[in-house]
Design a protein around this ligand. Sequence first.
Ligand code: HEM
Length: 553
Amino acid sequence: ELSTYYKRRSMPPGPFRWPFIGNTLQVPQVHPWLTYSRWAQVYGDVLHLDALGQHTIVINSAKVARELLDKRSVIYSGRPHLVMAGDLIGYDRSLILQPYGDEFRQQRRFISQDLSAAAVRQYYDIQEAAARRLVLGVIDDPGSLESQIKMNIASIIMLVVYGYTVKGAEDPIIARAYEVMDNFLATVSPGAWLVVIIPPLKYLPLWTPGATFLTTAKARRKLLNTHYRTMYQWSKENSENGTARMPNLCASVLAQAEGKMTSEMEESLTWAAASVLGGGLDSNVSTILSFILAMLHFPDVQKKAQAEIDNVVGSKRLPEISDRSSLPYVRSIVTEVYRWLPIAPLGFVHALTEDDIHGEILLPKGSIVLPNIWHMLHDPAVHPEPDTFKPERYGGLDTEMKKVTDLAFGFGRRACPGFHLAERSIFSVVATILATCDIVPVVDEHGQEIIPDVRYTTGIVTSPLDVRCQFRPRSEQARTLLVDSAASMIQNTCTVTTGGYVFEGTLVSCDFGVAVRKKCIMFLRMNVALLQSQRLANTLVETFRHICIIRRT
Ligand code: HEM
């Protein structure tokens, strides 16, 4: 009979388990994937760990991951029940922590209808504009590298999801969005909270001495709820009155429902949107920082990519996302970044919802399953010299690159729904930087170049540390192209007739210095949506008097 048959089979091998605590103390807090990778040499592709009775299965091979997480994804697509992150804070409303079921399917449907390979075309202009703004910003002020990346990545995802235009680096919405994500990642980090090990602690009253997790949870819950609900409501109201940039994900889903959206569906949409916003921040920022780090360590790769871009795009225009298909070396660089420093080295935990058998091994229901993506992408048998950044390893072939993206973006029904959007954003940033600039090290006070070591944070999402560089324009023409492109976006979009006024963004031809002009252009661009609102036009006349020509209609 099946259950005895199961029992005769053994659990996967793994390191020695201590009574009661199991392997809890053997799993390092820092970069655990490196330890799992070493254990793979001893125990093989599938290893078993026991943390206080919780079975954890680590998969160390792409082949097994495909067999289990992809092919049997009906039973491998759960998420573990998380007391602190879910019960106490409420992150379990968002897609990433949804158990496999109807709510999961509903949220994924909302997202995939707007972010498929074909649908993301509607966002190319947003991505290109952000990439160009990012490059201009870093040319002007190399010290702002990380904040430029964060702001421009946030500006893409806020426009895509809500149609919201961020109002410069100081817009509090940006800091709040990153804070909610930081809280999420800190909360789901293994071993961070005692209440995770002893769940009944969650019933303690708020004033219990020493129960700081309860006050932390309360604060995070409040921030989580207000942040995402405010964003969703903003999008809903302003998509109707024309202030929000159209199309955007929320507006498109609402329009498609043709007024038949129930309040439950709107709640699902609120959390689907929240998940896309959260998923689209640190992942992209970290990937771009890793790209820059790679270029500092492997300058020959830059040269090769620049030759390809010069050849295909020429120097008279900036690269566009539609050039992707003609730039295989640049595509290979993007893929190699995912492989070299995968942002999610252990992916995100899957939970097994039924007992399963793999070869001679029993995998019990309720196990947590961790794909060791880092190991799969650094196994020297599959990727020779894994620490070398070598885009040539793909031979320019998409089939070879797909072997990496199929792992780096997760598995089966839980695979990253932001893949196509991320691919385009990263490509646009990489191609725009390389087309217009050399990425060069900063120098210290003695004129010595500072090349940051390859070091990265630990956690669910990792990010390289201390990345610093300068963008040196490759020519005056390249810089002019960037400035003109920012300017032309204004000229195209900034004659706004509203509320009895015409606002004309003709500053490009005025006589201010380049820096002032650029700031004004940015400001105007970021406020186009505001100007388009009839209601606000009157109050904005005063503000815009200095930066554009205003006439009465
Ligand atoms: C370089 C960029 C990115 C990488 C490497 C990446 C990688 C991943 C990985 C490994 C997972 C876990 C999949 C699994 O459970 O097997 C994931 C999930 C997810 N990602 Fe991404 N991601 C990236 C960008 C994005 C972007 C731009 C978005 C939003 C547009 C996004 C939204 C999500 C969401 C919502 C999930 C949860 C899916 C679910 O639980 O069903 N990601 N991503």
